[in-house]
Design a protein around this ligand. Structure first.
Ligand code: FAD
Length: 399
């Protein structure tokens, strides 16, 4: 029989973990929030491009906004490009460290107890809950008992691995950096596509203002991101002339796939649950949605003292209800995307350059819902349908 000290232990004080911890503590439960690093939000592995909807979901003020984005330029390896955007600002560049700090502060205000520099290293089942082994930075270990363990510990979730819940979905190896890029547009994102450049993924620059940008690149087939970066600079030398990096970080992006994210006494949220857009790798918004729903369901389960897989399953069902269709469409789009050769990107950018499609893309473009936009465009333009039909024959039916 486990000796229960906490109603909930939450591993990881990223956006997902802090949101769940605050939401559970709000219900009057005793919640322990653990963060393995000593500094919230650091090291940083994120470019911080989000929608205004994300800030609303987070309940965080616009003070963390560093810049507003009004459009995007997409470049194929041939140099062919497509400009998107109608002048409206649809995306924000945020101070990601400030977001994490604001959410941790709110979790504490709501009553969660925070332990920094402490990580979950193991978890085992016992009657009445789980026994969780914690370790501090001087390697000291101890155990705590809890009725609910939330794994919000990111792409390499220890909680998921300890309890046999690690997903088998695709993982993108990313490299991100920040620096100065002379001549960069201050309110436009650049996206560089091409199988020869970043196979299975893409490269990007996101303006911060004052000539500073966040630059990133990823690959989906095991090619080292540093090699993708070399190819990016070699393919578009004039666009990166004068680039000076201040720092670089690596990171893994665990793309969404159908998987189990609850068990008796356990829930996974955010990157640990693979709640990451399959098209762009954006995980802040879907992770926050997951965290809100996990907190709601967790509160109810704790209140009834019925922390079983059955009662916790209301959480993945609610997440599917809110984002499942978009993510299934996103996965379909990804299957098409990985099948494209460099020459296909030229053709695709040409098709998108068609004025009716461009108008629709500018009007309905939304980085949280690319699948919904593509669905609309396919209905508008049969040419697009014919173009993707080849790869899409592997997709059961356009959803
Ligand atoms: C290069 C790159 C660029 C990106 N750019 C964007 C972007 O522009 N927009 C966007 O929406 N998304 C972006 N993402 C994805 C986004 O960063 C993640 O989806 C998001 O951070 C997930 O939040 P989370 O709270 O689930 O996990 P995380 O933010 O990873 O937080 C997990 C926390 O758990 C802690 N932790 C880990 N293990 C343990 C343990 N055993 N015990 C205790 N604590 C632990 C970690 O230190 C960390 O603080 C990017 C990712 C990468 C790699």
């Amino acid at each position: 029989m486990v000796e229960v000290q906490y109603d909930a232990v939450v591993a990881g004080a990223g956006p997902a973990g802090s949101t769940v911890a605050g939401g559970l503590a709000q219900g009057g439960f005793r919640v322990l929030l653990l963060e393995e690093h000593r500094d919230v939000g650091r090291p940083l592995h994120c470019s911080g491009l989000v929608t205004p909807r994300t800030l609303e979901e987070a309940g965080v003020a616009e003070e963390i906004v560093l810049n507003r984005v009004r459009g995007a330029d997409i470049f194929a390896p041939s140099g062919r490009s497509l400009s998107l955007g109608d002048g409206d600002s649809r995306a924000l560049v945020i101070d990601r460290v400030a977001l994490d700090r604001a959410l941790v502060a709110r979790a504490q205000e709501r009553g969660a107890e925070l332990e920094m520099g402490v990580k979950v290293v193991a978890a085992e089942r016992a009657v009445g809950g789980l026994r969780v082994t914690l370790q501090d930075r001087s390697q000291r270990q101890w155990t705590v008992g809890t009725r609910l363990l939330v794994g919000a510990d990111g792409a390499h979730s220890r909680v998921a691995r300890a309890l046999g819940m690690a997903g088998a979905g695709e993982r993108i190896c990313g490299l991100g950096g920040e620096g100065v890029l002379p001549g960069v547009e201050e309110d436009r994102v650049r996206v560089y596509v091409g199988k020869s450049l970043a196979p299975g993924w893409f490269a990007w620059t996101i303006p911060l203002g004052g000539g500073r940008v966040r630059l990133g690149v990823g690959s989906g087939n095991g090619l080292k991101p540093i090699e993708c970066l070399r190819r990016l600079f070699a393919t578009h030398p004039e666009q990166f002339r004068g680039w000076k990096a201040s720092f670089w970080t690596g990171g893994t992006i665990p793309l969404w796939s159908q998987r189990r994210i609850v068990q008796d006494n356990v829930m996974l949220v955010g990157d640990a649950a693979g709640q990451v857009k399959p098209t762009s790798g954006g995980g802040i918004y879907p992770g926050l949605v997951g965290a809100r729903l996990a907190a709601q369901v967790g509160r109810e389960a704790l209140a009834r003292d019925e922390v079983t897989e059955d009662s916790l399953s209301a959480y993945p069902r609610a997440w599917q209800q809110e984002l499942g269709q978009e993510f299934r469409r996103g996965s379909d789009l990804r299957r098409v995307y990985v099948s494209l050769e460099d020459r296909d990107f030229d053709r695709l950018l040409g098709i998108f350059g068609h004025s009716a499609l461009l108008r629709a893309a500018n009007r309905y473009g939304d980085i949280d819902f690319p699948g919904r936009l593509f669905h609309r465009l396919v209905r508008l333009a049969p040419a697009l349908w014919w173009f993707v039909r080849g790869p899409l024959r592997y997709v059961p039916l356009w959803r």
